[in-house]
Design a binder for this molecule. Structure first.
Ligand code: ADP
Length: 486
């Protein structure tokens, strides 16, 4: 099942259903473009409702067999997939950099994390399946048993495409479910088709992983089938708050479970007892990694007044040194934004902040699709950048007088994904961590962190559900089986 023909420089993929690479019924395809060059990256199947339906059917047929397959066999498949990721590392990293505009560093980082996640997932299949309960009724054998849900529909994003797509597949299937992936139309290869290719080569049974790709503007058509089809038991979404509101509403109408991994407005608090150079390094990485297109980027940096000027001076200086340009040049730190629309949106947000009285101390311009890393100060609270996640290399630095003010400012938006507190006093960091409303609090570390064993996920508007071994709660039902044996 070779999915790719390299007769031209653009790559060609069908979609993946029941272990087969297929063209759509009417043969329609769509083009995917490279963010940096604007060139055609690939041509991919433009699926519609019929293809989504067929994929759900394949996943549904595969479900029972997969759920019952011995954990040792599942683990062996995950380990084999990890080996393939390692073997294809360079090729995948190259595709990822071209399709999503991520740097070579981030592309390689993602491959390492995917490999580790696959290896770790081989142990998730051995997670405790339930509990034996102490019953008050003599002679009963009372148990709580986890059972998989059935078919899970996973919406995967373009930003951390490789890691997030694998996670959106592995977590449900390690719990015994089968999956239909709907990758973002902006990165269908990285956020879906590569996963299918590796799953097929590793020998995953047909139908366990299916991928339906769709043209821009057609997401709703695929989603319609996911909601209408009773075989789909869970909508597993990684994306924006705005889309999540709509999907949650629809899921409510048909009473399907949802797992939501959404955006954030992640604050970094810098207290005046900190090592300023360390804080600047954390801030630079947190604010600008992947051009600010990670849900965990620091959107606002709250700095205690005593070190505000000095921190800002060094942060601006450091930011000016970040190399911008072609993501395939290994020296590049800041690559392109994903689309011209994304660029326009970042420009608009910054222009509004400046119009309202804010100042850009560095950045504020762009060369092609590459937006300069930008530090804003004096931005009034009504500006959109102060309230909404802005998916680009733009951060706000704001002085605070007290720790209480820092906490209040950190909790100002309804988002709650990650946060960071930088302080020379670790104990105080611990104490303050309890007061910040976010799904992860990093003390003396950047806002961006990813570990395979950690429960990553949001609170409040940033969603619900947790990654890694904790995802078992999201992708199983706990059933009470109570047996009277006396
Ligand atoms: P992002 O800006 O990160 O791409 P979005 O929330 O816009 O976040 O998109 C996330 C996913 O939601 C994408 O896979 C997209 O195809 C999908 N999506 C967008 N609009 C709809 C819709 N009306 N119905 C279902 N899915 C949608």
């Amino acid at each position: 099942s070779v999915s790719e023909t390299e007769t031209t420089s653009a790559i060609h993929y069908g979609h993946f259903v029941g272990g087969d690479w297929r063209a759509t019924a009417d043969g329609t395809t769509f083009e995917v473009h490279e963010p940096y060059t604007g060139k055609v990256f690939g041509e991919v199947a433009a699926c519609g409702q019929a293809e989504a339906k067929a994929a759900i059917e394949a996943a549904s047929v595969a479900f029972q067999g997969w759920a019952e397959l011995a954990p040792a066999r599942k683990a062996a498949l995950f380990l084999r997939a990890a080996e393939i990721v390692e073997r294809r590392r360079e090729r995948i990293a190259d595709l990822l950099a071209r399709e999503t505009g991520c740097t070579v560093f981030f592309a390689n980082f993602q491959q390492d994390l995917v490999k580790q996640t696959l290896q770790h997932a081989a142990s998730w299949v051995y997670q405790r399946k339930g509990d034996i309960l102490q019953s008050d009724v003599p002679g009963t054998y009372s148990t709580a048993v986890r059972r998989p849900l059935g078919v899970v529909a996973s919406f995967t994003p373009w930003n951390g495409a490789s890691v997030l797509a694998w996670r959106a597949v592995l977590q449900p299937i390690a719990a015994g479910n089968t999956v239909v992936v709907k990758p973002s139309e902006l990165a269908p290869v990285s956020a879906g088709l590569i996963v299918a290719e590796i799953a097929a080569e590793a020998g995953f049974p047909p139908g366990v992983v299916n991928v339906v790709t769709h043209a821009p503007g057609e997401a709703k058509v695929i989603a319609d089938e996911f909601f209408e089809n009773p075989e789909v038991r869970c909508i597993n979404f990684i994306g924006s708050v705005q889309t999540a509101r709509m999907l949650s509403e629809r899921a409510g109408r048909v009473l399907k479970r949802t797992v939501m991994e959404l955006g954030g407005y992640n604050p970094m608090i810098v207290l005046e007892d900190v090592d300023i150079d360390y804080a600047v390094r954390c801030a630079t990485f947190s604010a600008f990694f992947h051009q600010g297109q990670i849900c965990m980027n620091a959107r606002k940096i709250l700095v205690q007044r005593g070190i505000y000027d000095e921190f800002l001076r060094r942060f601006v200086e450091k930011t000016k040194t970040l190399r911008r340009g072609d993501p395939q040049n290994p020296e590049t730190v800041i690559g392109p934004l994903i689309t011209p629309q994304a660029l326009a949106s970042v420009k608009e947000r910054v222009a509004e902040a400046i119009e309202l009285g804010g100042k850009a101390l560095t950045g504020g311009n762009h060369q092609g699709q590459v937006y300069e890393p930008t530090i804003l100060v004096d931005v009034p609270p009504e500006a959109t950048v102060c309230n909404e996640e802005t998916f680009g290399p733009v951060t706000i630095v704001q002085p605070v007088d007290t720790v209480e003010e820092a906490i209040a400012q950190a909790n100002r938006t309804m988002y709650g994904l990650t946060s960071a507190i930088l302080t020379g006093d670790t104990y105080r960091g611990f104490e303050l961590a309890a007061q910040v409303k976010s799904g992860a609090v990093h003390v003396n570390m950047p806002t961006i962190d990813d570990e395979i064993q950690a429960p990553i996920g949001g609170v409040r508007d940033s969603g619900w559900g947790r990654t890694g071994p904790y995802s078992i709660d999201d992708f199983t039902d706990l059933i009470w089986v109570n047996v009277q044996s006396g």
